[in-house]
Design a protein around this ligand. Structure first.
Ligand code: GTS
Length: 248
């Protein structure tokens, strides 16, 4: 029989709600019917600020895999009080809950969801290559974040000028792989992460992909995935600012 969940327990200041529907599975063994309860794919719960920030890729990946996502939005005022920050393992958001698992670090979340939903390669070598790609996306994201939060007024022009040097390797990788993905023949969490970052970079510099045909077609193709498209067109998602300081 399935376990009941306590819907009143609080965790990190948030109400923990029942996350799963119990679904009975019946199968016949000899003459008796064995009833097994199992938890259907638990909706994930994401706690984060009302920005796309570091969670755009995660949301797109969950949408693409048809996963329900419950969101706890934290305002900057609430965060400023310090209680929620103190409850976070490394003092930062996002936080992802999947059943009893609590994760911090956005890239760990991408890996977790990728591993669960078949977006982490078909073998260890592909998984390692996907890790490598994702680390390179993170390198570029960190440069972007530094620009946005520390150097926007003084560094934007130089950043855009240098951007082609960072995009070129990704373009070459995508051009070489017939599938049009970074690794193997299936979309991976690193693809979603790259896609999300490219969308942000296009806002910063609308022409930045013009000399990169493989990146351009990658963005077009990923944007056209039906569930990703639906998310991108969703009003709640659309109205989220990209970054917390309003710069983009
Ligand atoms: N390496 C972390 C990750 O990838 O999750 C970085 C998380 C992070 O920088 N979080 C910021 C934060 O909590 C918010 S955001 O930059 O992702 O929008 N800032 C508040 C604080 O007090 O540090």
């Amino acid at each position: 029989m399935g376990r009941e969940r306590d819907s009143t327990k609080t965790e990190g200041g948030f109400i923990k709600e029942p996350r799963v529907a119990r679904t009975p599975l019946h199968f016949r063994r000899s003459a008796c019917t064995v009833e097994i309860y199992y938890y259907t794919m638990a909706p994930y719960t994401l706690t984060y600020f009302a920005v796309k920030g570091r969670c755009g890729a995660l949301k797109m990946m969950l949408a693409d895999y048809g996963q329900e996502l419950k969101e706890n939005l934290v305002t900057f005022d609430e965060w400023g009080k310090g209680e929620i920050k103190a409850s976070c393992l490394f003092g930062q958001l996002p936080k992802l809950q999947d059943g009893d698992l609590v994760l911090f670090q956005s890239n760990a979340m991408l890996r977790h969801v990728g591993r669960k939903h078949g977006a982490y390669g078909k073998n260890d070598c592909e998984a390692s290559l996907i890790d490598m790609m994702n680390d390179s996306v993170e390198d570029l994201r960190l440069k972007y974040i530094k620009l946005i939060y520390q150097e926007y007024d003084t560094g934007k022009e130089a950043f855009i000028k240098d951007l082609a040097n960072h995009l070129k390797p990704f373009d070459a990788i995508l051009a070489k792989n017939k599938s049009g993905f970074l690794v193997g023949d299936k979309i991976s969490f690193a693809d979603f992460n790259l896609f999300d970052l490219l969308l942000n970079l296009k806002v910063l510099s609308p022409t930045c992909l013009d000399s990169f045909p493989a990146l351009k077609s990658f963005v077009e193709k990923t944007s056209a995935r039906p569930k990703v498209k639906a998310l991108l067109e969703n009003d709640d998602f659309k109205k989220l600012p990209i970054n917390g300081n309003g710069k983009q």
